[in-house]
Structures are given as C-alpha cells and as structure tokens.
Design a binder for this molecule. Structure first.
Ligand SMILES: [Zn+2]
Ligand SMILES: [Zn+2]
Length: 325
C-alpha cells in the first residue's frame, strides 16, 4: 500500500490523523440507494440478504447501507485550518450529514462541487441551509458551488429560489441556502480552485448523450474521483492513466451492477477492465446497487488484487482515508 494513504477500518479516527487531509465517503450507493425499497416492502423468496440487513443492523455499522455517491474532502492546510469540500449533494444528503458529519466531527461545508445535475447528485441542495449559519434574512456569506453551465441551467429550473435572489415587491424573505454559483468548463485543460485546492475536470460519458464530470485533485497524492461513467473519452483516459500523464495514487470509480453492462454506468466487469487499463496504485469502488455484498465481494476483490497487482476494494459509507494532498 502507498505510504501516503492509510486506511482506517470502518472510519475509525485516530487522534494524530486530525492534522492531515482526509477523504470521507459520505455515500457509495446507486441513485435509488441501498437498501432497495422494493426488497423490503415486497420481499422476494428468499429475501434479498443485503437489503434485509438494514432491518437488523444500524446503518453506521452496516457497510451494505449505501446513500447516494458523495465525497467530502477534509483539506488540511496547516495551523489547524481545515476546509471541507463537498462533491455532490444528492437525495440522501440530510441523512449523510446526520450520520457522518457528527461521527467525523465535520463542522461546516466550505465549498461544493457538482459532477452533474441528476437527482442523486443535486436534490439535497435545499438542505445546504441546514449546514449554514442561521440568518432569518439570508445575510450570510454564500457557499461557493462549482458546476457546468449545463448543470446551472438545469438547477435554475429545479431550484429557482436558490438561484434568483431578487425579491419581487411585497414578497416575504424566506430562509434558503445561500450559494455563490461558479461555472466550470468540461475541459481538463481548465482547472479551478475550490477552498484553495486545485481540481482538474475530467469529462466522461454517462450514457452516450451525456457528459458528467469526474475530478482529479491533489499534488502530493493524485486522486481521481469518477462517480458516473459509461465510457472514458481518450483525452480523459490519458490524463488519469499510468501510460498517460502518470499513475494515480488513488482512483475512486463507478460500478453499478455485478454482472453484464448498463447504458449509463460501468458495471463490475467494465470497472475492473478500466482499473487494469488505468493502472492506479490503488482503487476504491462506489455507486453500487444491492447486488454487491460488501464483505463477500471485497474477499473476491482481494484475490483479484493479488492476481492483478492493483489493490481494489469496495468503499463503504463513512469510510475515512487520511491522504496527503
Ligand atoms: Zn435488495
Ligand atoms: Zn447521473
């Protein structure tokens, strides 16, 4: 394992790690999240083992309990200064805050980055006000939020009240999330800074008619986060592959179903093929449905990793990885 990355089991925080940066997996599940509601309200015979676990095991103790994909970067810049950068704010955002912000002692969100505008990446935006200081007249510093123009246009329709702030005559002030919208390009040659950390956009196909962004960040430890992908354009693949601009220290990559393929996401076979091609020092998988059984599939991946020489594991909600950015 790379010396600059140390895994803590099930998100256990060790004292000395608080003076380093870290990645916190707030969500590692698919858009409908896990457990799958249908498995519980209309059980199959035999019932789905992965989903039924949620009835007997608390979510924080259950690695098969998966909220929408989301990553929190705890960016430590010395002198006790932490900046918290949130990637995606999905349907399950509030639940993720209650569970993992408390557990990992996250006091605020300093910047937000959106991969795309699908429901599982943006529908929690209303709840951003819950992690902002209280002001009945919305008189607070807005949180910077980085997104493409395409996502901006979509969010203007989904959440007009978060975008258009001017009150009409006679309109009452209502407390809403205060956001400072910043447009980024779907172009790896146009990096941007969020809370002092540099991000390189990684355009990927999420279905052949849709571009989603992944992000490359970290100078000392190069991390790529790609939550929604069905195909890598060659230019993006070059930026994150060992045979291209250099080997990643950590690749965080989409995998939806265990078998077969899907039109808008990688499934397990394509994900493992991509990991082999890109050849990172290490990979963690996210975006899984209830088909994945955490411990069982990680055992399979241990064998795969030994065979292929690349450590790969399924991530789980709440996982915290110290990382030197
Ligand atoms: Zn299920
Ligand atoms: Zn999507």
């Amino acid at each position: 394992m790379d010396a600059s990355i140390n895994v803590t089991q099930n998100g256990t925080v060790v004292e000395e790690e608080e003076s380093s940066s870290a990645l916190i997996f707030l969500g590692t599940g698919c858009s409908s999240a896990v457990p799958n509601a249908m498995c519980l309200i209309k059980p199959s015979d035999p019932p789905c083992h992965v989903c039924f676990q949620s009835l007997s095991l608390a979510p924080e103790l259950n690695p098969n309990y998966r909220c929408n994909t989301s990553l929190l970067i705890d960016y430590y810049q010395g002198d006790d200064k932490h900046n918290y950068i949130l990637i995606d704010v999905g349907k399950t955002f509030r639940e993720q805050v209650l569970r993992w912000f408390t557990f990992h002692k996250i006091p605020q969100v300093d910047a937000i980055i959106l991969t795309h505008e699908h429901a599982d990446a943006v529908l929690g935006l209303d709840d951003i006000r819950a992690v902002q200081p209280f002001s009945p007249i919305n008189d607070i510093d807005p949180t910077s939020i980085y997104l493409t123009q395409y996502a901006m246009d979509s969010i203007s329709m989904k959440f007009p009240y978060l975008v258009h702030k001017k009150l009409k005559e006679g309109q009452e002030v209502r407390r809403v999330a205060q956001l400072d919208w910043k447009i980024i390009e779907e172009d790896f040659a146009k990096p941007f800074f969020a809370s002092g950390l540099k991000f390189v956009p990684l355009p990927v196909m999420h279905g052949e008619d849709y571009i989603c962004l992944g992000f490359l960040f970290g100078e000392k430890c190069r991390v790529a986060y790609i939550s929604d992908v069905s195909r890598f354009p060659s230019t993006t693949e070059y930026v994150i592959s060992k045979n291209g601009t250099g080997q990643l220290d950590l690749l965080i990559l989409d995998t939806l179903y265990k078998n077969g393929s899907h039109n808008t996401h990688f499934c397990f076979p394509q994900t493992l093929e991509a990991v082999k091609r890109l050849c990172p020092k290490r990979a963690l998988l996210i975006g899984m449905t209830h088909e994945f059984d955490h411990h069982k599939d990680n055992e399979f991946l241990m064998e795969w990793s030994e065979r292929e020489g690349i450590p790969v594991q399924l991530a789980h909600d709440g996982l915290r990885i110290p990382v030197d950015l």
